[in-house]
Ligand binder design. Structure first.
Ligand code: AHR
Length: 351
């Protein structure tokens, strides 16, 4: 027969005890979790646009975070559309997926934002969602890349680069460089690292460069391969190209991140490049890191793509708020950087 003290010990240390302990701990845990969740919900409520009635609510769908240029573009929008400037900014990163951008835009519509700003990953496929925004009477401002839509009234304004002109600038630079080197009649073997296929930057830079290349029968474009605007992919692609095309003279890399990846691959393979080397490098973007390489003569030329577009977005929204009309297209100013002129711009380069 169990004594009372034995029964008490079993309650404390045995199965019954374990159950009692669990029965005590579980509600405490859930209460604590509930409080935690409650806190979380409270934070969301604090940041609910409806609490910020005087602010202009902007939903911004950024296509991703693939490059240094992209970070600068995101920062430019975030720095222009601040609370102090009168905005409530809802940011969404689509991670290179058009579907994610479409979902984000639909969520901005259902949240009844005042404006939608977005940087489209590719040009095609926006008609339906932009019609939904138009029907909801939400002005859409497209930034960076373009959209290819049947009806241009589906968006209010576009701010971005002239990508075709950038491609032409690259071609014209190569023309004058080869002339200067007295290599105008030599066979010039060119490899192209392309950005995201179907994006304005890829379409425009490819077309622009091809237009100049068409004037030169001795320019051979050996291959154009996408490395999706990223350094890692470019390193991989370049390793393969170096193995397949030992005769390569010129690398056209459609952004600085890919250029940096390609340089890694060239260094790994012991191949020289830049002003003193075997492979001439033409890059796009002109981010700080790449301009340092231009200064050192490791990249021959960098055609600028200007990411500072937030100020334009702010100006457009302010005009619309005041009932003023806005232009349909705004093209940002862009330069070409070589060793000769880079130093004076490098000192003020923020990105
Ligand atoms: O659309 C602009 C391009 O996209 C930039 O050249 C590139 O760096 C970015 O990812």
């Amino acid at each position: 027969m169990k004594t009372t003290s034995k029964i008490i010990k079993e309650i404390i240390f045995g199965h019954v005890g374990a159950c009692i302990v669990l029965l005590c701990i579980v509600p405490v845990f859930f209460t604590a979790y509930g409080l935690y969740r409650g806190f979380e919900i409270k934070v969301e409520q604090i940041s609910d646009p409806s609490d910020e009635e005087d602010l202009i609510v902007v939903g911004f769908s950024q296509l991703g975070s693939e490059s240094g240029w992209r970070s600068a573009h995101t920062a430019s929008i975030q720095q222009a559309l601040t609370k102090d400037a009168g905005y409530f900014l809802i940011f969404n990163n689509a991670r290179q997926m058009q579907d994610n951008q479409i979902k984000a835009i639909r969520s901005f519509i259902s949240q009844r934002v005042d404006y939608i700003v977005f940087a489209p990953v590719i040009e095609d496929g926006w008609d339906t969602v932009l019609l939904e925004a138009k029907n909801a009477k939400i002005p859409v401002i497209v930034t960076d890349r373009k959209v290819n839509v049947q009806d241009d009234s589906l968006y209010t304004a576009w701010i971005g680069m002239d990508a075709k002109e950038e491609g032409k600038k690259a071609g014209k630079w190569l023309e004058s460089y080869l002339e200067q080197e007295q290599r105008q009649t030599e066979e010039i073997n060119i490899v192209v690292l392309k950005g995201t296929v179907g994006s304005t930057a890829e379409i425009g830079r490819t077309k622009g460069f091809a237009e100049i290349a068409a004037r030169h029968r001795n320019w051979n474009i050996l291959e154009s391969v996408t490395a999706e605007f990223t350094a890692n992919k470019a390193k991989e692609v370049m390793r393969d190209m170096l193995r397949r095309y030992p005769e390569m003279d010129v690398l056209i890399s459609q952004n600085d991140d890919m250029t940096i990846g390609a340089i890694d691959a060239m260094q790994e393979a012991g191949i020289s490049f830049g002003e003193e080397g075997d492979i001439t490098i033409i890059s796009f973007d002109a981010t700080r890191d790449a301009l340092e390489l231009v200064k050192e003569g490791r990249i021959n030329v960098d055609v600028e793509c200007n990411p500072v577009q937030g100020t334009y977005v702010n100006e457009i929204i302010q005009k619309l708020e005041n009932g003023e009309s806005v232009q349909k297209y705004y093209v940002v100013e862009e330069k070409v950087f070589t060793k000769e002129n880079v130093a004076e711009f490098l000192k003020d380069r923020k990105y």
